[in-house]
Design a protein around this ligand. Structure first.
Ligand code: NDP
Length: 499
């Protein structure tokens, strides 16, 4: 199906987007186009930052750090809350902006991205009041206490798939812990980050939050390699994560790495297939399947395999693909035509390795207005033995591979064989079996009888090639601090070492 409703009026921005450095809007000498994936047409111009801009942004953040680090926790609490309030008051214009930027269906952007970003700021506004060290009992002769200290300038590197949420996940805890930040958004989704920081930057002293747009291999690299940066918080692909770790190795600075995933949903024979079907559709087709948490492998017990495969394929065939700005659209275009072609090529590779096409696997016919868009039908591949690339690689698109299993040992082994370890799930009416499986799956997150449940307070992050560090939880504050200890001795006696 393709959407037929009228889309919201298309957005175009006339003035080039600026860099945001030291509280000022700074024009760049050069700019590059932002392309609307629904039409393939340019809708905005983004400043192409340089290494010199990175120098200026880091210097501004270093200066601001000297005072921001001293602000009281109640001041930071109030400012983070004010960010959430401002975003909420401004919420009406965001869904169209996000949909234009990366092809996320406008209805999802409205009820997921904007409220989630605001909630992240509210959460850290609350928990920052509990940021404290502890005393270490060392007897009456000493007083020993620890303090969580901010680390300095944080380089926040974010991807294109959920830019507003990703930026919130970096900014809120980093600022709450007393750091200053330079954000480098993806070249494919820079406008929302610039607009968001423009919306809230006057709440903070100049230089506390800075944005340098541009290309990853250029300004991204200059930023993570900058000697003034004390920590890198990165969300993106595993290969890029490896490159960044290489670039920071000399300086030995800490990093947070939120990387790719290859999530499996393990369906046991007694699972309620109606609920499972809804979760499967959300798990792989929400946000066009361009999500690190996507459940791109559906592992079904052999007794229910045919039944669930048929249900999921039929529902996938009925999904409305179309203009991201159309409220009727359930699945928008992929981020670029190039990425759509990569996804299509991977599907072809899986088919040539023995998978069977049960839904999608093609670019849909679109109207003349949308002919330049990067659309791809939701795709279901049947691969009972799971021996194709679709069972190993992150496609980062709306492609599900359905596999069959017989024993718990077998399914655990097959799920854990992938390089990634971000999110997996188990569906079972038998909580004993569900917990047994959950315990054995190698991933930072395991959902039982649900998918995509990420309430604030529940740590998000992975193991293995999915990275390290946790976002969205109280412990995240500690990712942005270094523990300092002060040990005071009241005892003047010394062991006779030098006499
Ligand atoms: P990339 O790794 O290509 O890019 C991520 C960010 O890194 C972009 O801002 C990019 O800039 C920048 N970058 C690229 N090269 C460098 C470099 N050498 N030094 C510094 N920065 C650099 O990922 P995508 O944007 O394509 O996002 C998709 C990936 O992100 C998927 O693998 C997905 O699984 C993962 N992801 C993980 C999440 C998690 O929480 N675990 C959440 C969301 C996505 P530019 O775009 O300009 O190249």
């Amino acid at each position: 199906m393709t959407a037929t409703h009228t889309a919201t009026a298309r957005l175009t921005l006339d003035a080039p987007q600026p860099l945001l450095v030291g509280g000022e809007e700074v024009p760049a000498d050069r700019s590059f186009p932002a392309v609307d994936p629904s039409t393939g047409r340019v809708w905005a111009q983004v400043a192409e930052g340089t290494a010199g801009d990175v120098d200026r942004a880091v210097a501004a953040a270093q200066r601001a750090f000297q005072t921001w680090r001293q602000t009281s926790l109640d001041t930071r609490q109030a400012l983070l809350w004010a960010v959430a309030e401002r975003l909420t008051q401004d919420a009406a214009r965001w869904p169209a902006l996000l949909a234009t930027e990366n092809g996320r269906a406008v209805r999802e952007a409205g009820f997921i991205d904007v409220p989630t970003a605001a909630e992240i700021f509210r959460f850290f506004s609350g928990v920052v009041r509990d940021l404290h060290g502890r005393t270490v009992p060392c007897g009456p002769g000493a007083h020993v206490f620890t303090e969580p200290r901010p680390v300095g300038v944080v380089a926040a590197i974010v991807p294109w798939n959920s830019p507003l949420i990703s930026v919130a996940h970096k900014l809120a805890p980093a600022l709450a812990a007393g750091n200053t930040v330079v954000v480098k958004p993806s070249e494919l989704a820079s406008v929302s980050t610039v607009e968001f920081v423009r919306l809230v930057q006057d709440l903070f002293p100049p230089g506390v939050v800075n944005v340098v747009t541009g290309f990853g291999h250029d300004v991204g690299r200059a930023l993570v390699s900058h000697p003034g940066v004390a920590k890198v918080s990165f969300t993106g692909g595993t290969e890029t994560g490896r490159r960044i770790l290489g670039d920071v190795a000399d300086r030995l600075i800490p990093t947070v790495m939120e990387l790719g995933g290859k999530g499996s949903m393990v369906v046991c024979p007694d699972a309620d297939l109606s609920t499972v079907t809804e979760d499967v559709l959300t798990g792989i087709f929400a946000a066009n399947g361009e999500v690190c948490f996507a459940s791109s492998r559906l592992m079904v017990h052999r007794d229910r395999y045919d039944e669930l495969l048929e249900r999921v394929a039929a529902r996938a065939d009925a999904i409305v693909v179309g203009d991201a700005l159309d409220p009727a659209t359930q699945l928008g275009p992929l981020i670029t035509a190039g990425h759509r072609d990569v996804v299509a090529k991977r599907v072809q590779a899986a088919l040539s390795e023995g998978a069977e096409l049960r839904a999608g696997g093609r670019t849909p016919e679109m109207s003349e207005e949308l002919a330049g868009g990067s659309y791809y039908r939701p795709t279901v591949l049947a691969s009972p033995d799971g021996l194709t690339c679709a069972s190993r690689e992150e496609f980062f698109g709306p492609v599900l591979t359905v596999e069959a299993w017989t024993s718990e040992d077998e399914v655990v082994d097959r799920v854990n064989r992938v390089a990634y370890g971000l999110a997996n799930g188990v569906w079972s009416a038998d909580l004993g079996q569900a917990h047994r499986l959950a315990d054995r799956l190698d991933s930072g997150m395991v959902w039982v009888n649900t998918w995509f449940a990420t309430p604030l307070g529940q740590p998000q992050g992975g193991v293995k090639a999915s990275g390290f560090g946790r976002e969205g939880a109280t412990a995240t504050l500690l990712e942005y601090t270094a523990t300092k200890v002060v040990h005071t001795s009241f005892d003047t006696t010394r062991p006779p070492m030098w006499t």
